[in-house]
Design a binder for this molecule. Structure first.
Ligand SMILES: [Zn+2]
Length: 351
């Protein structure tokens, strides 16, 4: 079968090649790969910035945003041939730490976890793959065109769960949400905010175009810009920061209403310094009972929440998030830089 593989640590090694068919182990599903989504992590991986091959191997199958169709399932499992599934990315560390031992491997304390397509486990960008039944999540058949969004949506579902758990420390009825960055994570965070009945604002550098149209399409308000100055008066109750841009991260900390929550989902590249008044930030957070927290990854519960959130959303809107579909035969094109109006690129593993 064909798979999209690369050599972690070596730039320019990504290619489509023949690899042995996977063999279904005990308790595993055999799955026909349908699509994989491509994100910034994949671009870092092929740029040799990141990634570890399976032990004893030099190459690894890439791809962690998966959607496939079950070909074979173990007797007595909850899965049947023909059903759509997404595979969970992370596996608990073998020790395991206290979090991993409780199924909270997204919160692993010792970094000993492994990840499909990223860290020591083959990814999902192949014509067939296997997954343990306990790390597969059912996806409604109606979501076949957009099911690769389950993984990015799981990151967002976890962010929302964490926000709600933090909010539960006291009276919590947020009304307004600001999302910074209108990439796939930001747009999905805005969608889940609208599903919770919030007034949602999305800030992005892009001018009017697909992103503003997508934001307006869920009844949220689009703001084109690169500063939070316009939110200094009517401060939002919640901010989900998805850009990792230093000045936005810093400004977010002082731009929430009292008891505000800032959720950091974006990743900064580092290497740039910004002059900040630490005293102002300190006073704002303390005197307003604010919380600033970071979040990454998701566990099984978050994947299920994500699949449910996508099933509730407007399918035509989700389809507009996927702006490029590249056949596996031309998979390298999926990694070429795309313009501002590109949101999500997926590789069609059946073409
Ligand atoms: Zn762990």
């Amino acid at each position: 079968m064909r798979a999209l593989t690369f050599e972690p640590g070596s730039e320019g090694t990504l290619d489509v090649r023949e690899v042995p068919d996977p063999r279904r182990g005990q308790g595993e599903l055999l799955v026909e790969g349908l699509t994989v989504g491509i994100c910034g992590t994949d671009r870092e991986l092929i740029g040799a910035g990141y990634g570890w091959p399976p032990p004893g191997e030099e190459r690894m199958v890439i791809g962690h945003e998966s959607l496939g169709r079950v070909l074979e399932a173990p007797d007595g499992s909850a899965f049947s041939p023909g059903e759509l599934v997404a595979g969970v990315v992370r596996r608990p560390d073998p020790v395991p730490c206290g979090a991993c031992a409780r199924g909270e491997f997204d919160m692993c304390r010792n970094g000993g976890y492994t990840e499909r397509g990223i860290k020591e486990l083959d990814g999902f960008a192949s014509e067939r793959w296997t997954v343990e039944a306990g790390y597969a999540v059912k996806v409604e058949r109606s979501l076949e065109s957009v099911g690769a969004l389950v993984e990015p949506a799981s990151v967002v579902a976890k962010a929302w769960e964490q926000i709600e758990r933090i909010g539960a420390r006291s009276w919590f009825e947020p009304r307004t949400l600001l999302v910074t960055g209108a990439g796939p994570i930001g747009l999905l965070a805005a969608l889940l905010g609208r599903q919770r009945g919030l007034e949602v604002h999305v800030l992005d550098r892009s001018g009017p175009g697909l992103k503003s149209s997508l934001v307006e399409g869920i009844g949220a308000t689009y703001h084109s810009g690169s500063s939070l100055a316009e939110f200094a008066e009517a401060k939002p109750d919640l901010i989900i920061e998805c850009t990792g841009a230093g000045p936005l991260v810093i400004d977010a900390m002082t731009t929430t209403a009292a008891a505000g929550i800032v959720c950091l989902c974006g990743l900064a590249s580092g290497g740039r310094s910004h002059r900040v008044d630490a005293g102002v930030i300190n006073r704002d957070i303390v005197l307003e009972n604010d919380v600033v927290f970071g979040t990454v990854n998701g566990n099984l519960r978050h994947y299920r929440d994500a699949a449910a959130a996508l099933a509730k959303a407007d399918l035509a809107w989700l389809e507009r998030l996927i702006t490029r579909r590249v056949p596996l035969t031309r998979a390298l094109e999926a990694f070429e830089p795309a313009g501002h109006d590109n949101v999500k690129t997926v590789i069609d593993l059946t073409a």
